[in-house]
Design a protein around this ligand. Structure first.
Ligand SMILES: NC(=O)c1ccc[n+]([C@@H]2O[C@H](COP(=O)([O-])OP(=O)(O)OC[C@H]3O[C@@H](n4cnc5c(N)ncnc54)[C@H](OP(=O)(O)O)[C@@H]3O)[C@@H](O)[C@H]2O)c1
Length: 284
C-alpha cells in the first residue's frame, strides 16, 4: 500500500514539473512577434527607469511610437529625446504621479486618456509599480501608495484603452505582476503581494472576457532601482532580458514568469518553499 502512495506522490511531482516545463516552452520557445500589432502607439507607465525604460527602448527599436507616463517631467523629456534621436520615433510624454490618483480616479485617468485618445494605440504596458518592506499595521501611507500605484493605473487605463483595441480587433496588454503572487514570502510585503495577485486575476479574467492578448508577467528579481540589487545573483536578470522574454510570451500565454531563469527560481521556491525564500531574502 505504502509504495502506491509514494508512487502517486512521485507521479504528481513529475506531472507538476512537466506542466511547468510545458507552460515555459509555450511562452519562451518562440521569438517575439510584436510587429503584428502594427507600427502604432504603445503606452508605457513607469517609463523612465528599470523595466519600463527597457520596454520603451525595445518597442522604439521595433518602430512603435510611444506614450511615456511617469512622475518626473525632466526625466520623461530626457528619455523621449534619447529615443527620438536613437530610433527616430514619435513620443508623447505625460507627467503624472500615480500616488495622487485615488482621490478621483475617473477624473485622473480621463485626463491622461484625453491627451492620447486620438492616437492609434495597440499596446498597453501596465508597468508602474511600487513596493517596500514594512510591518503592515505601521504603514498606512505605504499601504495607500502601493494600492494607488499598483492597482488603479492598470484597472483604469485598461478600461479606457480596451474599447479601441476591441474595435480594431488587434491589441495587446502586458501587466507586470510579481512572483510574490506564487512564492511564499516570509513577511513585510503583504500589500505588495496582494496587489500583484490582483493583477494576475484581473489579467486572466479580462483576457477571457474580451479574447484579446492580455498577459500577466510574474517576474522574480530584476536588477532595478526598485530592488536596489545591483550585484549579480544566480536568478537575477537585467531589465532588457526580462522585456525580451515578456514580449515573446505576449499573445501566446496568459501568464508567465517570462525569463527562463525566473522559471528555475520559481521551481526552487515551490520545491523548497519558505526555507529557500528566507535564505534568499537574508542574502539579499
Ligand atoms: N525589479 C524587480 O525585481 C521586480 C520584481 C517583480 C516585479 N517587479 C515589477 O516591475 C515593475 C517595474 O519595476 P521596476 O523595478 O522597473 O521599478 P523602478 O526601477 O523603481 O522604476 C519605476 C518607474 O515607475 C515610475 N514611478 C514610480 N512611482 C511612480 C508614481 N507614483 N507615479 C508615476 N510614475 C512612477 C518611475 O518614475 P520616476 O522616474 O519619475 O521615478 C520609474 O519610471 C513594477 O510593477 C514592479 O512591481 C519588479
Amino acid at each position: 500500500m505504502i509504495e502506491y502512495i509514494f508512487f502517486f506522490i512521485g507521479f504528481c511531482c513529475i506531472l507538476k514539473v512537466a506542466l511547468v516545463l510545458l507552460e515555459f516552452l509555450q511562452g519562451y520557445s518562440h521569438i517575439s512577434d510584436i510587429k503584428k500589432y502594427g507600427h502604432s502607439w504603445a503606452i508605457i507607465t513607469g517609463a523612465t527607469d528599470g523595466v519600463g525604460l527597457a520596454f520603451a527602448k525595445k518597442l522604439a527599436q521595433a518602430g512603435f511610437s510611444l506614450i511615456l507616463i511617469s512622475r518626473n517631467p525632466i526625466k520623461l523629456l530626457q528619455v523621449a529625446r534619447e529615443l527620438n534621436l536613437q530610433y527616430g520615433i514619435n513620443t508623447l510624454t505625460i507627467a503624472k504621479d500615480f500616488n495622487d490618483c485615488n482621490k478621483d480616479p475617473q477624473e485622473f485617468f480621463n485626463g491622461i486618456y484625453a491627451k492620447c485618445q486620438n492616437l492609434n494605440i495597440t499596446l498597453l504596458i501596465n508597468n508602474v509599480g511600487y513596493g517596500e518592506k514594512a510591518p503592515f499595521i505601521e504603514s498606512l501611507p505605504l499601504i495607500l501608495r502601493q494600492i494607488s500605484i499598483n492597482i488603479f493605473p492598470m484597472v483604469f487605463l485598461t478600461r479606457l484603452i480596451l474599447p479601441s483595441l476591441i474595435s480594431n480587433g488587434l491589441g495587446g496588454i502586458i501587466n507586470i505582476g510579481s512572483i510574490t503572487t506564487l512564492r511564499q514570502f516570509p513577511v513585510l510585503i503583504a500589500v505588495y503581494s496582494a496587489t500583484k495577485s490582483f493583477e494576475l486575476i484581473f489579467s486572466q479574467t479580462c483576457s477571457q472576457e474580451y479574447n484579446l492578448d492580455i498577459l500577466c508577467i510574474e517576474p522574480s528579481f530584476i536588477n532595478t532601482k526598485l530592488t536596489k540589487i545591483y550585484r549579480r545573483k544566480p536568478f537575477n536578470i537585467q531589465p532588457d532580458e526580462f522585456v525580451e522574454a515578456s514580449l515573446c510570451c505576449l499573445g501566446r500565454v496568459g501568464h508567465s514568469f517570462g525569463h527562463w531563469r525566473h522559471y528555475i527560481s520559481y521551481f526552487f521556491y515551490t520545491v523548497l518553499g519558505p526555507f529557500i525564500s528566507i535564505l534568499l531574502d537574508i542574502t539579499n
